[in-house]
Design a protein. Structure first.
Length: 128
């Protein structure tokens, strides 16, 4: 089962990403804060985490740092409306697989997910 943790303080964005993933057969576990995400990571194994950068409390970088300490094999995609060279550099230093600029198209998100986790056996069955 493909399961992804999606973290964003914007409920509409969570609902949108959940719909996009569901259409592709992916189960999205959605939470609205970094703190809630860390609790989920402690309880469950996810194929991937998608997090927003700009959130109250833990931002996407700090959440990724802490989340990957708990689950080092879980890749992370971070998205942000204010992409910059500094954010990309910091994300790379932490080990975030990809930074996506908002807004993005559904296919761009799905392609990014496939590229990031496509080498894992649970995802490769859909690749021809």
């Amino acid at each position: 089962m493909k399961e992804i943790l999606v973290v964003d303080d914007d409920k509409e964005m969570l609902a949108l990403v959940k719909r996009i993933l569901k259409r592709d057969g992916i189960v999205a576990h959605c939470v609205e804060s970094g703190e809630a995400a860390l609790e989920q990571i402690k309880e469950k194994t996810f194929s991937l985490m998608i997090t927003d950068f700009n959130m109250p409390g833990l931002d996407g970088l700090e959440l990724s740092r802490k989340g990957m300490a708990i689950a080092p094999l879980m890749p992370v995609i971070m998205n942000t409306g204010g992409i910059s060279a500094k954010i990309i550099r910091e994300a790379k230093e932490i080990g975030i697989a990809k930074v996506l600029a908002k807004p993005y198209l559904a296919e761009e998100l799905l392609e990014t997910i496939r590229n990031v986790v496509g080498k894992r056996s649970e995802w490769s069955s859909s690749a021809g």
